[in-house]
Design a protein around this ligand. Structure first.
Ligand code: NAD
Ligand code: UDP
Length: 339
């Protein structure tokens, strides 16, 4: 079976993808600098799968060190998760975001070229649809105007990958536009472990539930949506991880560039999410409505038909599963991987 390099593989989506790849018979090599993760996540992946994972502490921007990883392992394809992803921080520190996200991509592409590796799957985001496009988003839409530097790095990295594939017709590039990944592996051994105050909704809800935060503020209830709160396409991280296995299968057989939305196609509002979390887990979440957060769109959700048609992939888990599995992870690991 093929050997897959996971750049940024110790993180939230990378660790879940490692489990699904290993369970499908692939070998994985993980490279991470632990900027937003720790090696414990990969120890847990080994516990879940019963397999050893080759793990390197390397900054993907450091070409000599990354090249050594390519030389020591016969890599068949790369999945590029290694990036900074906090929207608010990207507004405060744009140069950090452009440097890290663009450099990791260029360095990976250079090492791939020099080591004759032709396949790459990239973690893109629904944020590239920007402000102009109307929901549900389809892959055929022109990319829009991003509302922050994080989004622009995704926009630019997609362009870099497309141009590289154009210049190298024997390459295969798959751009995966994730919607809102939440939840955790059902074992409760791996999950999302944000450092500091969570920026995203579900880690915040989980930390209120476990007593680390007093209450949730829902950002705005005057949007043009059915209940006035924003609607998003939340996808279980295990479904998302399985989408990567399908993307790898596809990319090992096909060249050129393909773009896929990875979402469920069904939007839920913030209030619906909080109510579902409370009902499924029989727990009370203290919350209040506050002002809108700058840059938030009222609605973002996928048309998920292309991934079904071309990859044979669709989501299987429900919102109840997402809320139950998130709580199972959080209550067993109240302080994340530091427990
Ligand atoms: P994460 O922060 O948990 O994982 C990213 C990993 O990359 C971390 O382990 C981090 O330490 C590592 N990393 C960052 N810079 C690195 C570098 N220079 N060298 C080596 N490792 C480095 O985030 P995640 O949620 O797992 O996201 C994975 C990818 O998916 C990111 O590119 C992110 O932008 C993208 N994405 C995430 C979401 C989301 O909501 N989680 C949505 C859309 C896209
Ligand atoms: N949100 C909220 N309170 C929070 C965090 C998020 O009301 O503490 C809302 C946010 O306004 C958005 C939704 O939850 O409508 C999802 O936000 P998140 O940051 O998780 O993902 P985004 O869709 O912005 O990438």
């Amino acid at each position: 079976m093929a050997n897959i390099l996971l750049a940024g593989g110790a993180g939230y989506i990378g660790s879940h993808t490692a489990v699904e790849l290993i369970n499908s018979g692939y070998d994985v090599v993980v490279v991470d600098n632990y900027y937003n993760s720790c090696p414990e996540s990969i120890r847990r992946v080994e516990k879940i799968t019963g397999k050893k994972v080759k793990l390197y502490e390397v900054d993907v921007k450091e070409k000599d060190k990354l090249d050594k990883v390519f030389k020591e392992n016969k890599i068949d394809a790369v999945i590029h998760f290694a990036g900074l992803k906090a929207v608010g921080e990207s507004v405060q520190k744009p140069e950090l975001y452009y440097r890290n996200n663009i450099d990791t991509t260029l360095t990976l592409l250079e090492c791939m070229k020099e080591n004759n590796v032709k396949k790459i799957i990239f973690s893109s985001s629904a944020t590239v649809y920007g402000e102009e496009n109307k929901v549900p988003y389809t892959e055929k839409m022109k990319k829009g105007t991003c509302t922050n530097p994080y989004g622009w790095t995704k926009f630019m990295m997609e362009q870099i990958l497309e141009d590289t594939a154009k210049a190298n017709p024997d390459m295969g590039v798959v751009l995966l536009r994730y919607f809102n990944p939440i939840g955790a592996h059902e074992s409760g051994l791996i999950g999302e472990d944000p450092q500091g105050i969570p920026n995203n909704l579900m880690p915040y809800v989980a930390q209120v539930a476990v007593g680390r935060r007093d209450h949730l503020t829902i950002f705005g209830n005057d949007y043009p949506t059915p209940d006035g709160t924003c609607r998003r396409d939340y996808i279980h991280v295990v479904d998302l991880a399985k989408g990567h296995v399908k993307a790898i299968e596809y990319s090992l057989k096909n060249n050129g560039v393909e773009v896929f939305n990875l979402g469920t196609g069904t939007p839920y509002s913030v209030t619906e999410i909080v109510e579902t979390f409370q009902r499924v887990n029989n727990i009370t979440i203290k919350y209040e409505y506050g002002p809108r957060r700058a840059g938030d769109l009222p609605e973002s959700y996928a048309n998920a038909e292309k991934a079904l048609k071309v990859l044979g992939w669709k989501t299987e888990k429900t919102l109840d599963d997402m809320c139950r599995d998130l709580w199972n992870w959080q209550k067993n690991n109240p302080n994340g991987f530091r427990d």
